[in-house]
Design a protein around this ligand. Sequence first.
Ligand SMILES: Cc1cc2nc3c(=O)[nH]c(=O)nc-3n(C[C@H](O)[C@H](O)[C@H](O)COP(=O)(O)O)c2cc1C
Length: 387
Amino acid sequence: MTPPTLRTEFCDRVGIEYPVILAGMGPVAGTGSPTACPELVAAVSNAGGLGVLGGVGYSPETLRSEIRKIRSLTEKPFGVDLLLAAHFLAPRGQQSRPSTPTPDKLPKEYVEAVERIAEELGLELKQAPPAPDGVGQWLEPGKSWAGSQIEILLEEEVPVFASGLGSPAPFADALKANGTTILSLVGNVRGALQVASAGADYVVAQGTEAGGHTGRIGTLALLPQVMEAVDPTPVIAAGGVSSGRALAGVIATGAVAGWCGTAFLVSEEANQPDLQKQRILEANAEDTVVTRLYSGKTMRNISNPLIEAWEREGLMALPMGAQATLIRDLEHSAREAGRQELLMNAAGQTSGMLKTRRPAAEILNEMVSEAAEILAIELTKRVTVSV
Ligand SMILES: Cc1cc2nc3c(=O)[nH]c(=O)nc-3n(C[C@H](O)[C@H](O)[C@H](O)COP(=O)(O)O)c2cc1C
């Protein structure tokens, strides 16, 4: 069978076959390394999409070796995703080593809440060991490694850079001069206008359906508003794009590609513990919730008793960094006790439609074939249209 054709200008710009991008999913699954790992990145790029590494948690030197690992697995274009939240940024090129806020600085009522939650869940609270190289340490204000990580992207001539949070402005000129295409994720129109004027080549409009950090506006409501606001900057759709139907829908709406996270969480190559993949496969569309428990920012996860207990406490989350420090012992204790059901499991609302664990290439091929079939054949049969 001849492979389908499904091309947009994004494919021509970055040199890929299909307008499907693996979202740069970082180290949130408790494994210490990103879900969108080099093996998954290479698998998606080799299949004709664009693999994007979840680079945020890596020290600059580890990032370099992971980029080289990707290059050893594929000759195709790929990208790297980092977080550029303004108040976490160190100046460009600064090699400051991040560290997390210490537990003794945490407010007493929050520490007491954690103790109550542990008791309620039957967990013996144990002190977590210091985080290994980079892991979880990108969260402290002023101490992000992003400036130094960007230097690595420049030196390694990475084809695509995706900024998951914040403005690419401080780095846009250098990246463009180096031939790197810049993608910027946003969850509302205000953010879209900011990143478009800050030099993003493509704005990624991410709807609330998305797994991981997410906003409040649904993809179908957000996408046309962002397109209108940033025109002529092209827009990529994220949040809920886990099927050929959704891919066809966002392309018909005007997006030049789909940025897909949840679909690939259950791929063979995703760096996710088996149990977490299984929970996603078993989840239905209503099993995810948005919580600030894990990072202080709104994050969509498969719900669990720890999230429920935290929400019952009714506390405002602490800022990013401090919140992660607050719950480190809780998470460590759950892991030590083998209470997998209490661990973070970021995933989107499309978890409800994922039923099998498969190689990433199969997931991508099915998505592309289905979208092509809908756009080229099904629509002409189902819809009568004229202008
Ligand atoms: C496990 C997980 C980790 C994520 N980590 C990051 C990250 O480090 N940087 C980022 O820009 N987005 C991250 N995201 C969000 C994705 O980039 C993407 O926007 C989202 O998954 C798209 O929606 P979908 O899950 O419905 O496909 C993450 C999402 C998940 C599910």
